[in-house]
Design a protein around this ligand. Structure first.
Ligand SMILES: O=C(O)CCC(=O)C(=O)O
Length: 240
């Protein structure tokens, strides 16, 4: 399978066994340790909690707060996969989690990541690595294939903590025609920053932890117009 060609066409690709079973186990152990021992001493914008004010919904800026995750994101073999997709030299911009914990894991509204990233040209992407199995039941991410080619669509503040800016209207593509990222532990999807995507709450007893690596090409720049819209939404629903 040619990753670059599929990625250019669809704006999302699936890579099985992106991390090995051993690597997944090490990631899980370090995430658990970080939450238990380090998180309390980090700034408030290092995480978003679920509505129970207790369970972690997201960890943010792990590349700044944790050497293990910075090194993972800087791995040369991973950057070699990313380079052709961002049309240049990959720059690590974020390492984060979407934990989607059992029963209380909240959903993610329809959005395009570049509403947050605000980069031009939009040569930026996210590697979404499954640490838990992602099933149809526990809140998989749905992607609208090809939507990265349609540019940035109108946004509105979502009021959802951790996902402050959503699309003004959901995609007109029915759910059963969208691409559902069903993953085993270690599998990954890679999606373009203009690809429309969303996920449902997790009402099951099975957590759905994802580790995300975010990269841009070193040639991209911040678009002031996108940035102003994002700043207004993030201020309304901090931290992001
Ligand atoms: O993990 C999720 O449910 C959503 C992830 C997401 O929005 C993203 O990868 O940009």
């Amino acid at each position: 399978m040619s990753h670059p060609a599929d990625y250019e066409r669809d704006g999302v690709i699936l890579i099985r066994n992106f991390l090995s079973a051993v690597e997944v186990a090490v990631v899980r152990t370090e995430l658990d340790r970080y939450v238990r021992e380090d998180l309390a001493s980090k700034p408030l914008d290092a995480r978003t909690l679920e509505r129970d004010e207790e369970t972690v919904r997201n960890l943010w800026r792990l590349e700044q707060h944790n050497a293990f995750f910075r090194q993972l994101g800087e791995r040369a073999d991973i950057k070699a996969v990313i380079a052709p997709l961002v049309h240049g030299e990959p720059v690590l911009c974020g390492v984060e989690t979407f934990n989607k914990p059992a029963r209380v894991g909240s959903g993610v509204p329809y959005h395009q990541d570049n509403a947050y990233f605000c980069q031009t040209p939009p040569d930026m992407l996210t590697v979404w690595i499954a640490i838990d199995a992602v099933t149809e039941a526990n809140g998989p991410v749905f992607f609208v294939k090809g939507s990265h080619k349609g540019g940035m669509l109108p946004t509105k503040p979502s009021g959802v903590r951790g996902n402050s800016i959503g699309m003004a209207a959901p995609s007109s593509v029915p759910l059963d025609e969208q691409y559902c990222g069903l993953l085993g532990p270690g599998d990954a999807t890679i999606h373009h920053c203009q690809t429309i995507h969303h996920s449902a709450p997790n009402t099951t007893g099975h957590p759905r932890l994802g580790l995300l690596l975010v990269y841009r090409g070193s040639h991209t720049q911040t678009d002031p117009q996108l940035k102003a819209i994002y700043a207004a939404a993030a201020t309304a629903t901090p931290p992001a």
